[in-house]
Ligand binder design. Structure first.
Ligand code: AMP
Length: 115
């Protein structure tokens, strides 16, 4: 747990969330300010800051997170219509919460490239 990390507090239950999936390693919940009809965040329960800070010891966890993204998208019913998985890393990436998270966006056609 990293002090003052909002997603660590969500993972521990200190801050509530609109949970859609949880297991021993991964938590998924609806984004507070959705950017698409489906906008779910998938996070590790253990604190990892972002992809830039991920290490070899996080290899298995990263695999779990991506597999969870696919499962969560299927549960949300957007696996056939399609969706996007995004992780923002660092300032230029637009990361605003310093705890690794994958955005699952879907439910409408998404523009490319992002801004
Ligand atoms: P990023 O800008 O990539 O770091 O994404 C952070 C995301 O977290 C944004 O889409 C926010 O809307 C979302 N967010 C921030 N706080 C909460 C919260 N307490 N519950 C759910 N989503 C949140």
């Amino acid at each position: 747990m990293s002090e003052n990390c909002v997603f660590c507090k969500i993972a521990s239950g200190e801050i509530p969330c609109d949970r859609v999936y949880s297991d021993d390693y991964v938590l998924a919940f609806n984004d507070l300010t959705p950017k698409a009809p489906t906008h779910i965040l998938v996070i590790p329960k253990r604190h990892v800051a972002n992809l830039a800070e991920a290490e070899e010891t996080d290899r298995e966890l990263l695999g779990r997170l991506l597999l969870a993204c696919g499962d969560v998208a299927a549960r949300a019913g957007i696996d056939q219509t399609g969706y996007r998985v995004v992780t923002n890393s660092g300032a230029d990436g637009g990361q605003s919460v310093g705890h690794l998270h994958f955005h699952i966006l879907g439910g409408r056609p998404l523009a490319w490239p992002p801004g």
